[in-house]
Design a protein around this ligand. Structure first.
Ligand code: GLP
Length: 235
Protein backbone atom coordinates (compact mmCIF):
# COMPACT_ATOMS: atom_id res chain seq x y z
CA UNK A 1 0.00 0.00 0.00
CA UNK A 2 1.07 3.51 -0.77
CA UNK A 3 0.24 5.52 2.37
CA UNK A 4 0.07 9.31 2.29
CA UNK A 5 -0.64 11.20 5.51
CA UNK A 6 -1.89 14.76 5.11
CA UNK A 7 -2.54 17.63 7.50
CA UNK A 8 -6.15 18.50 6.65
CA UNK A 9 -9.08 17.75 4.38
CA UNK A 10 -8.05 20.43 1.86
CA UNK A 11 -4.71 18.75 1.26
CA UNK A 12 -6.49 15.39 1.14
CA UNK A 13 -8.88 16.61 -1.54
CA UNK A 14 -6.11 18.17 -3.63
CA UNK A 15 -4.03 15.01 -3.62
CA UNK A 16 -7.01 12.72 -4.28
CA UNK A 17 -8.26 14.90 -7.14
CA UNK A 18 -4.73 14.92 -8.56
CA UNK A 19 -4.69 11.12 -8.69
CA UNK A 20 -8.14 10.93 -10.32
CA UNK A 21 -7.18 13.66 -12.79
CA UNK A 22 -4.01 11.74 -13.62
CA UNK A 23 -6.11 8.69 -14.46
CA UNK A 24 -8.46 10.71 -16.71
CA UNK A 25 -5.52 12.36 -18.50
CA UNK A 26 -3.70 9.05 -18.99
CA UNK A 27 -6.77 7.23 -20.35
CA UNK A 28 -9.48 9.56 -21.63
CA UNK A 29 -12.04 6.73 -21.82
CA UNK A 30 -11.20 5.31 -18.40
CA UNK A 31 -13.66 3.64 -16.04
CA UNK A 32 -13.91 5.28 -12.63
CA UNK A 33 -15.51 3.73 -9.56
CA UNK A 34 -16.97 6.52 -7.46
CA UNK A 35 -18.00 6.95 -3.84
CA UNK A 36 -20.36 9.13 -1.84
CA UNK A 37 -20.36 10.35 1.77
CA UNK A 38 -18.94 13.64 3.03
CA UNK A 39 -15.26 12.80 2.45
CA UNK A 40 -15.20 12.89 -1.38
CA UNK A 41 -17.09 16.21 -1.64
CA UNK A 42 -13.96 18.41 -1.65
CA UNK A 43 -12.25 16.00 -4.04
CA UNK A 44 -15.17 16.36 -6.46
CA UNK A 45 -14.99 20.16 -6.09
CA UNK A 46 -11.33 20.08 -7.03
CA UNK A 47 -12.14 17.98 -10.11
CA UNK A 48 -14.90 20.42 -11.10
CA UNK A 49 -12.42 23.27 -10.78
CA UNK A 50 -9.89 21.48 -12.99
CA UNK A 51 -12.62 20.83 -15.55
CA UNK A 52 -13.64 24.50 -15.49
CA UNK A 53 -10.03 25.51 -16.03
CA UNK A 54 -10.04 23.35 -19.17
CA UNK A 55 -7.62 20.79 -17.78
CA UNK A 56 -9.94 17.77 -17.85
CA UNK A 57 -12.32 16.21 -20.34
CA UNK A 58 -14.85 13.69 -18.99
CA UNK A 59 -16.75 13.17 -22.26
CA UNK A 60 -15.52 9.60 -22.70
CA UNK A 61 -15.20 8.64 -19.02
CA UNK A 62 -17.50 5.94 -17.65
CA UNK A 63 -18.42 5.80 -13.97
CA UNK A 64 -19.80 3.11 -11.68
CA UNK A 65 -20.82 4.09 -8.18
CA UNK A 66 -20.16 1.84 -5.25
CA UNK A 67 -23.60 1.77 -3.75
CA UNK A 68 -27.14 3.07 -3.44
CA UNK A 69 -29.75 3.04 -0.70
CA UNK A 70 -32.36 0.36 -1.26
CA UNK A 71 -35.85 1.71 -1.77
CA UNK A 72 -34.93 5.26 -2.82
CA UNK A 73 -35.84 6.68 -6.25
CA UNK A 74 -33.04 8.34 -8.21
CA UNK A 75 -34.95 11.61 -7.88
CA UNK A 76 -34.96 11.37 -4.07
CA UNK A 77 -32.60 14.00 -2.73
CA UNK A 78 -31.15 11.40 -0.32
CA UNK A 79 -30.27 8.94 -3.08
CA UNK A 80 -26.66 8.52 -4.09
CA UNK A 81 -27.65 9.02 -7.73
CA UNK A 82 -28.93 12.48 -6.76
CA UNK A 83 -25.80 13.16 -4.69
CA UNK A 84 -23.55 12.33 -7.66
CA UNK A 85 -25.56 14.47 -10.05
CA UNK A 86 -25.59 17.45 -7.69
CA UNK A 87 -22.02 17.20 -6.44
CA UNK A 88 -20.17 16.23 -9.60
CA UNK A 89 -21.95 15.20 -12.78
CA UNK A 90 -23.98 18.36 -13.39
CA UNK A 91 -20.80 20.45 -13.26
CA UNK A 92 -18.61 18.44 -15.67
CA UNK A 93 -19.01 17.32 -19.29
CA UNK A 94 -19.77 13.69 -18.51
CA UNK A 95 -22.26 11.88 -20.75
CA UNK A 96 -25.07 10.82 -18.36
CA UNK A 97 -25.42 7.60 -20.41
CA UNK A 98 -21.94 6.71 -19.15
CA UNK A 99 -22.94 7.13 -15.51
CA UNK A 100 -24.02 4.12 -13.47
CA UNK A 101 -25.39 3.86 -9.95
CA UNK A 102 -27.15 0.70 -8.69
CA UNK A 103 -30.93 1.04 -8.99
CA UNK A 104 -32.31 1.29 -5.46
CA UNK A 105 -35.82 0.66 -6.79
CA UNK A 106 -34.96 -2.40 -8.87
CA UNK A 107 -37.91 -4.85 -9.04
CA UNK A 108 -35.55 -7.80 -9.21
CA UNK A 109 -32.63 -6.95 -6.93
CA UNK A 110 -30.71 -10.15 -7.58
CA UNK A 111 -30.88 -9.53 -11.33
CA UNK A 112 -29.88 -5.87 -10.86
CA UNK A 113 -26.79 -6.93 -8.89
CA UNK A 114 -25.69 -9.55 -11.45
CA UNK A 115 -26.19 -7.04 -14.26
CA UNK A 116 -24.24 -4.33 -12.43
CA UNK A 117 -21.15 -6.54 -12.13
CA UNK A 118 -21.60 -7.71 -15.72
CA UNK A 119 -21.78 -4.10 -16.98
CA UNK A 120 -18.53 -3.30 -15.17
CA UNK A 121 -16.83 -6.32 -16.76
CA UNK A 122 -18.14 -5.39 -20.20
CA UNK A 123 -16.79 -1.87 -19.76
CA UNK A 124 -13.36 -3.45 -19.30
CA UNK A 125 -13.28 -3.31 -15.49
CA UNK A 126 -12.68 -0.36 -13.20
CA UNK A 127 -9.39 1.47 -13.74
CA UNK A 128 -9.53 3.49 -10.53
CA UNK A 129 -11.91 2.92 -7.63
CA UNK A 130 -12.36 5.75 -5.14
CA UNK A 131 -13.33 4.63 -1.62
CA UNK A 132 -14.23 6.25 1.66
CA UNK A 133 -14.32 4.20 4.84
CA UNK A 134 -16.89 3.79 7.58
CA UNK A 135 -15.91 4.08 11.26
CA UNK A 136 -16.48 0.33 11.51
CA UNK A 137 -14.18 -0.38 8.54
CA UNK A 138 -16.86 -0.79 5.90
CA UNK A 139 -16.12 0.01 2.28
CA UNK A 140 -19.04 0.69 -0.01
CA UNK A 141 -21.70 -0.77 2.23
CA UNK A 142 -19.82 -4.01 2.94
CA UNK A 143 -20.40 -4.17 6.66
CA UNK A 144 -18.28 -6.13 9.18
CA UNK A 145 -19.47 -9.75 9.23
CA UNK A 146 -18.25 -13.32 9.59
CA UNK A 147 -18.37 -13.67 5.82
CA UNK A 148 -18.18 -11.07 3.06
CA UNK A 149 -20.00 -11.21 -0.27
CA UNK A 150 -17.97 -11.21 -3.51
CA UNK A 151 -20.27 -9.46 -5.96
CA UNK A 152 -22.79 -6.62 -5.90
CA UNK A 153 -25.57 -7.49 -3.46
CA UNK A 154 -28.18 -6.16 -1.07
CA UNK A 155 -26.76 -5.41 2.35
CA UNK A 156 -28.46 -4.76 5.68
CA UNK A 157 -26.85 -1.74 7.31
CA UNK A 158 -25.47 -1.99 10.82
CA UNK A 159 -26.65 0.23 13.65
CA UNK A 160 -23.31 2.06 13.60
CA UNK A 161 -23.70 2.92 9.88
CA UNK A 162 -27.32 3.99 10.30
CA UNK A 163 -26.30 6.21 13.22
CA UNK A 164 -23.37 7.65 11.25
CA UNK A 165 -25.64 8.51 8.31
CA UNK A 166 -28.49 10.03 10.31
CA UNK A 167 -26.79 13.45 9.96
CA UNK A 168 -27.94 13.53 6.31
CA UNK A 169 -31.60 12.87 7.23
CA UNK A 170 -34.25 14.58 9.37
CA UNK A 171 -34.44 11.71 11.85
CA UNK A 172 -33.38 8.12 12.46
CA UNK A 173 -36.61 6.68 11.01
CA UNK A 174 -35.84 8.19 7.61
CA UNK A 175 -32.45 6.49 7.24
CA UNK A 176 -32.72 3.49 4.91
CA UNK A 177 -31.75 0.23 6.57
CA UNK A 178 -30.67 -1.57 3.40
CA UNK A 179 -28.49 -0.76 0.42
CA UNK A 180 -27.23 -2.25 -2.81
CA UNK A 181 -23.44 -2.30 -2.75
CA UNK A 182 -20.60 -3.52 -4.90
CA UNK A 183 -19.13 -6.55 -3.15
CA UNK A 184 -15.61 -6.90 -1.85
CA UNK A 185 -14.76 -8.90 -4.99
CA UNK A 186 -16.14 -6.19 -7.28
CA UNK A 187 -13.96 -3.66 -5.47
CA UNK A 188 -10.87 -5.90 -5.42
CA UNK A 189 -11.13 -6.48 -9.19
CA UNK A 190 -10.43 -2.76 -9.79
CA UNK A 191 -7.00 -2.19 -11.29
CA UNK A 192 -6.20 0.50 -8.75
CA UNK A 193 -7.84 1.77 -5.59
CA UNK A 194 -7.71 5.14 -3.86
CA UNK A 195 -9.07 5.21 -0.30
CA UNK A 196 -9.50 8.57 1.42
CA UNK A 197 -10.14 9.32 5.06
CA UNK A 198 -10.77 12.75 6.57
CA UNK A 199 -10.55 13.84 10.21
CA UNK A 200 -11.71 11.14 12.62
CA UNK A 201 -10.82 8.18 10.39
CA UNK A 202 -7.13 7.76 11.34
CA UNK A 203 -7.79 5.03 13.91
CA UNK A 204 -9.81 2.75 11.61
CA UNK A 205 -7.42 3.44 8.71
CA UNK A 206 -4.41 2.43 10.76
CA UNK A 207 -6.27 -0.73 11.78
CA UNK A 208 -7.06 -1.40 8.13
CA UNK A 209 -3.42 -0.90 7.08
CA UNK A 210 -1.64 -2.86 9.78
CA UNK A 211 -4.23 -4.88 11.65
CA UNK A 212 -5.19 -8.46 10.82
CA UNK A 213 -6.96 -9.15 7.53
CA UNK A 214 -10.45 -9.94 8.72
CA UNK A 215 -14.04 -9.67 7.47
CA UNK A 216 -14.72 -7.86 10.75
CA UNK A 217 -12.78 -4.94 9.21
CA UNK A 218 -13.81 -5.25 5.53
CA UNK A 219 -11.29 -2.60 4.41
CA UNK A 220 -8.43 -4.77 5.74
CA UNK A 221 -8.93 -7.01 2.67
CA UNK A 222 -7.34 -4.18 0.68
CA UNK A 223 -3.98 -5.28 2.12
CA UNK A 224 -4.21 -8.07 -0.48
CA UNK A 225 -4.64 -5.70 -3.44
CA UNK A 226 -1.49 -4.85 -5.45
CA UNK A 227 -2.27 -1.18 -6.15
CA UNK A 228 -3.86 0.72 -3.27
CA UNK A 229 -3.18 4.32 -2.30
CA UNK A 230 -4.46 5.54 1.04
CA UNK A 231 -4.59 9.26 1.77
CA UNK A 232 -5.73 10.26 5.21
CA UNK A 233 -5.68 13.08 7.71
CA UNK A 234 -3.37 11.95 10.49
CA UNK A 235 -5.29 13.39 13.41
C1 GLP B 1 -21.28 5.59 3.64
C2 GLP B 1 -20.91 5.09 2.23
C3 GLP B 1 -19.45 4.75 2.15
C4 GLP B 1 -18.63 5.88 2.74
C5 GLP B 1 -18.94 6.01 4.20
C6 GLP B 1 -18.14 7.08 4.91
O1 GLP B 1 -21.69 4.57 4.48
N1 GLP B 1 -21.66 3.97 1.80
O2 GLP B 1 -19.11 4.51 0.80
O3 GLP B 1 -17.27 5.63 2.56
O4 GLP B 1 -20.30 6.32 4.31
O5 GLP B 1 -18.73 8.32 4.71
P1 GLP B 1 -18.15 9.72 5.16
O6 GLP B 1 -17.16 10.08 4.12
O7 GLP B 1 -19.35 10.62 5.12
O8 GLP B 1 -17.57 9.55 6.50
Amino acid sequence: MNIIKVKDKQELAKKAAGIIAGQVLKKTDCVLGLATGSTPLDTYNNLIQMYQEGLLDFSKVKTYNLDEYYGLERTDSQSYYYYMKENLFKSINIDMDNVHVPDGKAQNVEQECIQYDEMIRQAGGIDLQLLGIGHNGHIGFNEPADELVYGTHKETLTESTINANVRFFNNLEEVPTEAISMGIGTIMESRSILLIGAEGKAEIIEKMISGPITPQVPASLLQLHPDVTVIYVAS
